[in-house]
Write a protein that binds this ligand. Sequence first.
Ligand SMILES: [Zn+2]
Length: 257
Amino acid sequence: MYKFFLLNSLMLLWSITAIAQCNPEDWIEWGYDWGKVIEKEALKLFPLSEADEEIIGDSLHLQMIAKGNVAKNHPQKATLQRILRKITPHVKRKGIQYEIHILEDKKVPNAFSLAGGHIYVTEKMIDWVDSVNELAFVIAHEVGHIDGKHSIAKVQKLLLSETALSHKYGKEYAQMVGSLGLLLSSPMGQIDEYEADRLGASLAVKAGFNPRDGLNFFERMSKKESKNIIERIVRTHPYSSARHNCLDEYLRVDLKK
Ligand SMILES: [Zn+2]
């Protein structure tokens, strides 16, 4: 009887987790990502305007510059900017100014974004993608994180914990957040990744790119995941094979692409 109960529980957990991967409904987030609950509380407790978000983002970007690997004049920057300029007219939050930066890193294919509209793409990622459409999907995914408030929610969550440690809630946002190096390049949660894939695909379509190239990206990325270069990323990111399947379903069913 006990074994039967255990087996049933495991099967239920597995099926809900499987659903949770593609459909992060509110009730699933409650069960599977307690961090999202705290983020939602933080969003209510620390409502930030888009102007506040810009100030925070610029402060975080200064820290990125201080790290010393943000390229000043990169020959590929114009290409990235052209892609970004096609995507950003379609965002929901019009008050955010987007800027794209190239990181001088020829080893790790990576891209990430910060609150306030700063997006970073490594040189290796630019070399690694197979097409402009793939690159557009990568960039649109990062725009999705910002437009979907994933990035600013992390700031607000940290403000919540800072306040819990008796810091004063006031105008010193930028300074306080600027001291939180944790925010720089820290990965988003799994639920955010699936949502950013969907938001990114939708933005890529509106911008005139072929979002199905995002599927090629995940196919090739999943081959890399069996090797150790991506291992530390997959702990916080969903597996690329799962993202591929969810994206494929979203493109076929929702976007009819
Ligand atoms: Zn992401």
